[in-house]
Design a protein around this ligand. Structure first.
Ligand code: BGC
Length: 483
């Protein structure tokens, strides 16, 4: 048995597109995932979409009942940008969108649950995508205007803001690949344009909070970065270098401009992309530069490090042969090949169970990002379903154990922990087939019956006792709890 540190806050998370449904209710306009799922259903492994999802727009009070049942300190959820601002721009606020989120926040507070709002969890208004989306530098202003609306409407009651969830997934998978909306497949270009614009948009929204709202609202505002750990497969100098390059491309690209003392993109990324771009005949590096003013504008613009972590990957120096990659290519720029090694796997390949990886990732953040307060904004395990989810409980237990090591032995400043996710939901390109919920959702039932899994009961007990047990066989007895 291990005692959780006093004051460590425990919560759960979801995101608007993954749970709300009501995709075209009232004046809501389409987002980039509506477009992808409707126009290219073959992009989603089971052909589903999130038109209805968990119907949380309709049944949000039941979600709150579940949060109460588990006893969480806070709930991290996201706002659908085109539900609140149907034009994408801040010239029109939807009455219905406003009322929905306003009631939701009030209801959480009435039940003593702290609202933690993510402003952007991947559902960009389609009309802004048509103007280039995250590849257009003007998005820093569009996002800033949206953020200001949020602070004005809800900041009297919401004290914790996550600006943007996981820049890498937005830029790499959406612009560099076709795994996520808008599926642009512009590898070697899209990742870097979006990296700069996302960081600038984040900084803009932080400055707006800092200068216009912080004094009166007294909250915190920061970014969430996917911080799965990356390292060499072995300790050979080549593998070590490959691991260092990988973590700078995959994490440092977003954390370095904001959290390091030097600012700007990481040196390793600047060098590698610059050299490859020159070899390929580009007149300039494909990695945009930050001007000295921009470097200063961005540095220090996060009150905490929002840390999402699912697993780790291991790298060797790539055995590049001409013709292996498209030109240009992000993978070629990193120059490192990854493998998952032989660890236990979940239902999605990116979640292999490597508990000590979270400790390494937390200490990497401590050492490379000026020892910030770390809010673990996501951690979780996907399965193919079933109420007796012993593998998920074991994952949570072992990862939390490793987090406690990072806190107690490495001095990482972890303030909160968030389980992903409250309920089964639309798991992006895996559709409805992969389940991350503490609660099962019956997607065949028009009322979307929600049933507590063993993991919900386990997490409830963890929160009430604040003791982490170390026995993997200790699965709570499944008593039926339906919502
Ligand atoms: C995302 C979630 C997603 C989870 C599980 C994270 O990268 O923020 O939206 O459901 O991973 O794959």
């Amino acid at each position: 048995m291990r005692k959780l540190p006093q004051g460590l806050k425990l919560g759960v998370a979801t995101a608007a597109y993954q749970i709300e449904g009501a995709w075209n209710f009232a004046d809501k306009t389409p987002n980039i995932w509506d477009t992808l799922c409707h126009n290219n259903p073959e992009s989603i492994s089971d052909g589903t979409n999130a038109d209805d999802a968990c119907k949380s727009f309709e049944f949000y009070k039941r979600d709150i009942d579940m949060l109460k049942f588990v006893g969480v300190d806070f709930y991290r959820f996201s706002i659908s940008w085109p539900r609140l601002l149907p034009n994408g721009f801040a010239n029109k606020i939807s009455e219905i969108g406003y009322e929905y989120y306003n009631n939701f926040i009030n209801e959480l507070l009435a039940n003593n649950i702290e609202p933690v709002i993510t402003m952007y969890h991947w559902d960009l208004p389609q009309n802004l995508q048509d103007l280039g989306g995250w590849a257009n530098p003007l998005i820093a202003d569009w996002f800033g205007d949206y953020a200001r609306v949020l602070y004005k409407l809800f900041g009297d009651r919401v004290k914790m803001w996550v600006t943007i969830n996981e820049p890498k997934q937005i830029g790499l998978m959406g612009y560099g690949m076709t795994r996520m909306a808008p599926a642009l497949n512009a590898t070697g270009i899209g990742e870097y344009l979006t990296a700069k614009n996302i960081v600038m948009a984040h900084a803009r929204s932080w400055h707006i909070y800092n200068e216009e709202f912080r004094d009166t609202q007294k909250g915190v505002c920061g970014i969430t970065i996917a911080t799965d750990f990356r390292e060499g497969v072995t300790d050979s100098p080549e593998d070590l270098e490959a691991g260092l390059d990988a973590i700078e491309f995959e994490v440092g690209l977003y954390s370095h401009p904001i959290f390091s003392s030097k600012g700007g993109f990481p040196e390793r990324v600047i060098k590698r992309v610059g050299a490859r771009s020159a070899e390929q005949g580009y007149p300039n590096s494909r990695l945009p530069e930050f001007t000295p003013e921009e470097i200063e504008y961005v540095k220090g613009t996060s009150d905490f490090y929002g840390f999402n972590h699912y697993s780790s990957k291991f790298y060797t120096r790539s055995a590049y042969k001409p013709g292996t990659y498209a030109i240009p290519s992000y993978d070629d720029d990193i120059g490192a090949d990854f493998t998952y090694l032989d660890y236990e796997k979940g239902a999605v390949p990116h979640v292999t169970v490597i508990p000590h990886g979270i400790r390494k990732a937390l200490t990497w953040v401590k050492d490379n990002c000026n020892n910030p307060p770390i809010f673990i904004t996501e951690n979780g395990f996907g399965t193919f379903g079933g109420l007796k989810d012993a593998t998920r409980i074991s994952y949570y237990r072992r990862y939390l154990d490793s987090i406690l090591d990072a806190i107690e032995q490495d001095g990482c400043n972890v303030v909160s922990y968030t389980a992903w996710s409250l309920i089964d939901n639309f798991e992006w390109s895996s559709g409805l087939s992969i389940k991350f919920g503490l609660f099962e959702v019956d997607f065949d039932d028009e009322n979307r019956k929600r049933t507590a899994r063993a993991s919900a009961l386990w997490y409830k007990k963890l929160i009430s006792t604040r003791m982490l047990d170390s026995n993997d066989d200790d699965i709570p007895e499944l008593v039926e709890h339906i919502f």
